[in-house]
Design a protein around this ligand. Structure first.
Ligand code: UGA
Length: 443
């Protein structure tokens, strides 16, 4: 029988929550987004996303106008309004430890459950260590008002920054963890559109659903560190890691994606997720996973040092008072996110060694400047590289890939380019008189 459309609340309006709330409105539901930060809520009400994400401001504006999407700081309002409550708050790395900070997810579960005025479903989406959902169930049971019933299930999110809207509207797969027949039917109703379009649904127990998410990120991180380890061999042996990755990628069991060697992974997810999984694996006595993930993390951090060493070498051993043009600050293109950005990490390390670092990024200038106010910043690529002794590409923005080596060559002091993302056409740059240093590619 046709059930009336459930009303939806989304708790937490960061990358995950803001995108999920807008996508749910786009799928036809009435949605309320909740955040404790009144500034964020105010911005969202005005149709602005608190971060750069292609397509998201348009979607928010559209549905704030259509009346299907609104935002509040009042969890009680959301608890009273909605039937399905998505928990989308952050699980950052704890300071001084690799463990995830679970205070926000616990707080969200507690506050929504304790304010419920009718039966509902609480759906965890945040990335959590395995075993968290079971603990949240206990918290919910403890604080639910008399006579109210609420199931808690897990439905991990796999969206990529820069492609968040598409990933949310048309996910690769949906995982429902710990559902009963009733809650599974409700989730199938919420996701009816992607399911009808062919998105597979996997129904699992709670711990499996929690683990799918972190395992996916751990695998992606491992793939990147694998190719980066191989690129070190390429450097030593005079082989070309890009050609090698192309050849590997033709084996469908391997696949070409996430085999780009270079500066390695950063961002708000992969680094903290592998560390949290490492920590949790240790608690559970799963030491093979601890060892594997430790290597993945170490190889990855080693890439940053490799780029710093290349810059030192290019400057004859010291970067003191040398001018370094840094192209890229975001942790990857199509985002203004600089959380654990390898690019900024390298820029800051060179600055600490006495270099005059000037950074240009097409989107991430203000987020970068907030995090590292002492670095120099430029408004254009030309300004960043003018007079440079060394130029470094740290994020593979299309603008840098398309840059004209002749024009930039006339601006710099010395035509030395470190292509830390292996994204430039080394032949064209060399032809324009540049010395190009890459990561595992023949010079
Ligand atoms: C990652 C996952 O890809 C998503 O599936 C997941 O949902 C998300 O984390 C999350 O947990 O929320 P994201 O952090 O947006 O998404 O970024 P990715 O596109 O995975 O890139 C991560 C890093 O790996 C970037 O710094 C990128 O430059 C680097 N990378 C990626 C490489 O160094 N080489 C590659 O071949 C690919």
């Amino acid at each position: 029988s046709e059930q009336p459309a459930p009303r939806i609340s989304v708790i937490g309006t960061g990358y995950l929550g803001a995108t999920h709330a807008a996508a749910m409105a786009e799928l036809g539901f009435e949605v309320i987004g909740v955040d404790t930060d009144p500034r964020k809520v105010e911005e969202l009400r005005e149709g602005r996303a608190p971060f750069f994400e292609p397509g998201l401001p348009e979607l928010i504006t559209k549905h704030v106008a259509s009346g299907r999407l609104r935002f509040t700081t009042d969890i009680a309002e959301a608890a009273a309004f909605a039937d399905v409550h998505f928990i989308c708050v952050g699980t950052p790395q704890q300071s001084g430890s690799f463990a995830a900070n679970l205070s926000y997810v616990e707080g969200a579960a507690r506050s929504v459950a304790s304010n419920m005025t009718h039966d509902g479903l609480i759906v965890g989406k945040s990335t959590v260590p395995v075993g968290t959902a079971a603990r949240l169930r206990a918290i919910v049971a403890e604080v639910l008002p008399e006579g109210i019933q609420a199931e808690l299930v897990w439905n991990p999110e796999f969206l990529r920054e820069g492609k968040a809207v598409d990933d949310t509207l048309a996910p690769d797969r949906l995982v429902f963890g710990g559902t009963t027949d009733r809650s599974e039917a409700l989730l199938r109703q919420v996701y009816a559109t992607p399911i009808a379009a062919g998105t597979p649904v996997l129904v699992a127990d709670l711990p499996t659903a929690e683990l799918v998410k972190v395992s996916a990120n751990a695998f992606l991180a491992t793939k990147i560190s694998f190719i980066n380890a191989i690129s070190e061999i390429c450097d030593a042996a005079g082989a070309d890691v890009s050609l090698l990755a192309d050849a590997l990628g033709h084996d469908v069991r391997i696949g070409r994606q996430f085999l780009n060697a270079g500066l390695g992974f950063g961002g708000g997810c992969l680094p903290k997720d592998i560390r949290a999984l490492m920590h949790r694996s240790g608690e559970l006595g799963a030491y093979a996973a601890v060892g594997l993930l430790q290597q993945v993390d170490e190889i990855n951090m080693g890439r940053r040092q490799r780029v710093i060493d290349l810059a030192l070498e290019a400057c004859g051993g010291s970067v003191l008072n040398r001018r370094i043009g840094v192209l890229g600050a975001a942790f990857k293109p199509h985002t203004d996110d600089v959380r654990d950005s390898p690019a900024l990490n390298v820029a800051a390390a060179l600055h600490l060694r006495g270099a005059q670092v000037v950074v240009y990024d097409p989107q991430a200038r203000s987020t970068a400047q907030r995090m590292f106010p002492t670095l120099g910043y430029a408004d254009s690529m030309g300004e960043a590289v003018s007079g440079a002794d060394v130029t470094v590409v740290l994020t593979e923005w299309q603008e840098f890939v398309d840059a004209d080596p002749v024009t930039l060559g006339n601006l710099v002091h010395t035509r030395t380019m470190i292509d830390a993302r292996n994204c430039l056409d080394a032949v064209a740059w060399s032809a324009a008189g540049w010395k190009v240093l890459s990561m595992g590619r023949v010079p």
